[in-house]
Design a protein around this ligand. Structure first.
Ligand code: PLP
Length: 407
């Protein structure tokens, strides 16, 4: 008799986006003359930069010619992209990362979700709350967490991000083995300082632990004091894996390209305490279960590292940050406290009421859709996330409506 992986039955049903859709659909059915504006989504709205489109066309033409056609490429990614990433995102920043430590993939979601496979099922986890749900759910599926009790799993040490700690969690008093960190953060938009990251690196070293550093929103950092990579912290090469994505820097959410950095100096241990190379394990996993990103997509991704590409992606992220600034200013003017929006495309509002009540108020009275914070974890209660991914016209319209509704 075929049986299921019963860990899947322990997953908390994710009703968040279904619930949002249900409420929005009910509202629009009852009020067809009141168009709504969506500021809940984490998806980009602007088209790909022209350099990427040009590269895509050119690479597609190469695929049409026997002399330049490409079949299977290297699973880890073409050298032209790995080298461009290593140089522009790391060595130019002073971080010692080599091209063969970069693994190109079709998304950070897959990488953040798949990486746990190479670690033992009986390790101790530290995961932020609120959080991008992939970290928790993939560990539930793997059987590391135990059953859900009142919205939480006993096998997870929750790293709570609250108004009290400025939404940057403190280091747990107990030892953990696999630590998920995400800065700039989704959903809070908070960033971590060099000192804060250095403390995490020291904690990981002390506990022979590994940090999984999700840096999907790195391109939104504008404060020169804020580290763009965990490898800016001394010693991080020995304790951290970093995830980056082309989704939010260049609008690749529908095009799909990302990368994961696994330094060769990173070690993990077997039950007998013997050291193993994490790079070798991930290489084995990646080459066994993944067959590479399409050549034209990798060409499009590499185009962002040209001078023109850098200018175009900067303009794109500047545009969304312009929206974020308007949102943050308008919300602050209304007397609500919020974080994010200065080095991240998300604004995290402390609503002073429960998140669904605030969501309903914005939907019914301003026809604006946000994301209730409770959907990202227990500590998200009392908050909502507003995203800067929309047109300027829609953001301005939405803010005027929110101001009228909350006055
Ligand atoms: N990590 C975080 C924190 C995200 O918010 C997202 C997407 O929203 C991802 C990873 C996934 O990125 P990708 O589009 O590369 O799968």
């Amino acid at each position: 008799m075929i049986r299921i992986n019963e860990n899947y039955t322990k997953l908390k049903a994710s009703y968040l986006f279904a619930d949002i859709a249900k409420r929005v659909n009910a509202y629009t059915a009852a009020n067809p003359d009141k168009p709504i504006i969506r500021l809940g989504i984490g998806d980009v709205t602007e088209p790909l930069p022209p350099v990427c489109i040009e590269a895509l066309h050119k690479a597609t033409d190469e695929m049409a010619d026997r002399a330049t056609f490409k079949g299977y490429g290297p699973e880890q990614g073409y050298a032209f992209l790995r080298e461009a990433v290593a140089k522009n995102d790391y060595t130019d920043l002073g971080c010692a990362i080599e091209a063969d430590e970069i693994f190109i993939s079709d998304g950070s979601k897959c990488d953040c979700g798949n990486i746990q496979e190479i670690f033992s099922t009986d390790i101790k986890l530290a995961i932020p709350d609120p959080v991008y749900p992939v970290y928790v759910d993939t560990n539930v599926m793997a059987g590391r967490t135990g059953a859900n009790v009142d919205g939480r799993y006993p096998g997870i040490t929750y790293l709570e991000s609250t108004p009290g700690n400025g939404y940057v969690p403190s280091i747990p008093s107990a030892a953990t083995d696999l630590i998920y960190l995400c800065f700039p953060n989704n959903p809070t938009g908070a960033v971590a300082t060099k000192e804060q990251l250095a403390a995490w690196v020291a904690y990981a070293k002390q506990n022979k632990a590994i940090i999984l550093f999700d840096s999907a929103y790195e391109s939104y950092i504008r404060d020169p004091e804020i580290p763009r990579s965990i490898y800016e912290i001394e010693g991080a090469r020995d304790v951290a894996i970093e995830f980056r994505s082309f989704s939010k820097i260049a609008g690749f959410t529908g095009t799909r390209c990302a990368y994961t950095v696994v330094p060769k100096s990173l070690k993990a241990f077997d039950a007998a305490g013997k050291e193993h190379s994490v790079h070798a394990l991930w290489n084995r996993r990646h080459t066994t279960k993944f067959n590479g990103v399409a050549y034209p997509i990798q060409k499009a991704a590499a185009a962002i590292y040209t001078a023109e590409g850098k200018a175009q992606t900067k303009a794109l992220t500047d545009f969304y940050l312009g929206n974020a600034k308007l949102i943050r200013e308008a919300i602050t003017k209304l007397g609500l406290s919020c974080v994010g929006g200065d080095n991240a495309p998300y604004i995290w509002i402390n609503t002073g009421t429960d998140s669904w009540t605030f969501f309903d108020k914005l939907l019914n009275e301003a026809q604006v859709v946000c994301t209730p914070g409770a959907g990202f974890g227990k500590c998200g209660e009392g908050h909502v996330r507003i995203s800067a991914f929309n047109s300027r016209e829609n953001v301005e319209k939405a803010l005027a409506r929110i101001a009228a509704a909350l006055k």
